[in-house]
Design a protein around this ligand. Sequence first.
Ligand code: AMP
Length: 617
Amino acid sequence: MSTEINAPDDVVIGIDLGTTNSLAAVMTPDGPRVLMGADASPLIPSVVSFLDNGEQIVGRPARAMAVSNPRRTVHSAKRLMGRGLEDLGDETDKLAYRIVDGGSSKLVRVAIDERTYTPQEISAIILGEVRRVAEAALGHAVQKAVITVPAYFDDAQRQATRDAAQIAGLTALRIVNEPTAAALAYGLDTSREGTVVVYDLGGGTFDVSVLKITQGVYKVVATAGDTHLGGDDFDNAIMARIMDLVQERTGTDLTAQPEALQQIRLSAEALKQELSDKTEVKLEIDLGADEPALFTLTRTEFEDLIRADLERTIACCRSALADAGVQNDAIDEVVFVGGSTRIPLVRQLVKDALGREPHTELDPDRVVALGAAIQADVLAGGTKDLLLLDVIPLSLGIETMGGAFSKLITRNSTVPCQAEELFSTSVDNQTGIDINVYQGERELVADCRQLGAFKLTGFPAMPANLPKVAVTFLVDADGVLTVTAREQRSGVEASIDVVPSHGLTRDEVRGIVRESIVHAHQDFAARELVELRNKADALVRGTRRVLDLPELPVPEATRAELEADLVALQALAAGDDLPALKAACQSFGDKTQTLADDYIGAAIKVELNRHASETKS
Ligand code: AMP
């Protein structure tokens, strides 16, 4: 096979930065291929271990240190990317190393001895190793990459991934969704149109994505999954059986012995993998003075241990398909990703549930990296007929008067996308406005998540409602949001790139969407109240302005009546009796309409009189 590739400067590699393993691939004239390490494997365990002497080791040797150095051996850093302590909840309890609050950034850090590391720094160490392996395999420097992330990663998590690449000296030209990369690797591209289900069961997570391909455009239309379901659970199930046996034989509870646990974990994983090819496996357990204990496990017993977990993955598939509005007979392809899809029962259950034989021709550990290499080649100018699109997980917008959330880009919009809306001021002589950027599905910003804030200042003082501020939201192909505000009369402009301080899991995204449906009625009323208050405010200001005009001598009785109405309206606007406020706005609006008509009439009369006297003289 020829290994000729682009000139070094142009080379863009594809990187699958996984929770368990990471690897790189590159396009060759014979198609994409993974880049092998010195150990003849492309897989680099996504593990970093910090040694006593200050040295840090990465990959396979680091994973081996998990037994002897558990508190300084960091695995699953991907789960921590762009997340705060609150986001992680009790997830941190499952980690042998220490997680601390990152202070002002609200993002977590990993504490090793006296130092703390951001998850980006840990991922950067892994990416650095991936880069070293790639450079050794290619024989030249590598600077650019396409990196894959789960489809449900939000802006913060994508940005964290980009930052990790930068720390590792790599430019992430594109962040691509993992299921999209998998579909690309199978060549389910321009020539085919249809629906692809990507079933990804790895070590710690399960994701299912429904992709639609139309005219060479890939779109993730629905995702579901479980961030805590995967091969590790199957290992745990086998571990529990082994520990039961040890307890039975020796009365020893190994739960509180981390090193013994790590050793058993490694054995359990090895047994599990063997069971994908064999129908029975055996393990001799050294019990010190006693006879070694013989542990046996049949494939059928193992399948019984994991069946409930696998049924959950099938339920997720059904839910994603329902979200996408896709029936089984409309599924064109099913693609397998992740090492755990090698388990024969997984294949059987997925085939039975979806009615399609899943694609297993490509190695499920390599398929995402291979797809990333294809996308990398598109960016390097090789393949020209592919376009990749992904979607915005939650609506994006700004706060408007009274705490209302005005959405500019709605959820599920395809990136890249852009939206613009005109806003104005609510107070006379305002020379600046605050732009508060939010993400969410509810009607009031109080129920949404703030992503960022900036001020547009320095435009000339004008009466309320006169400035025209165009607010533009631009989400680029990598999901980075740029918000720009421009006052059109003066040309004053300000903008920010939003780098959110928090991450959200897909489960949270789903929760937020569900909540918006549950609260729809109540939110609508709250929004209407905000809008009525704004209207009452405008009526009060407008009327006061007219009452103060010298050209329009309002009769004292009318003035007194209007003043009393104004006070009543203001009192209602301060309360939350929506029907009463609505009725008051309506009747006050009608009443002041006459005043406005009189005002215009008087102004016309003044103008006509002036005109008549001018023509006479
Ligand atoms: P990934 O996260 O995609 O790298 O998948 C890693 C998971 O796949 C780990 O839990 C592995 O133990 C599991 N795995 C790898 N090979 C096999 C196999 N032959 N049978 C069952 N599970 C496997």
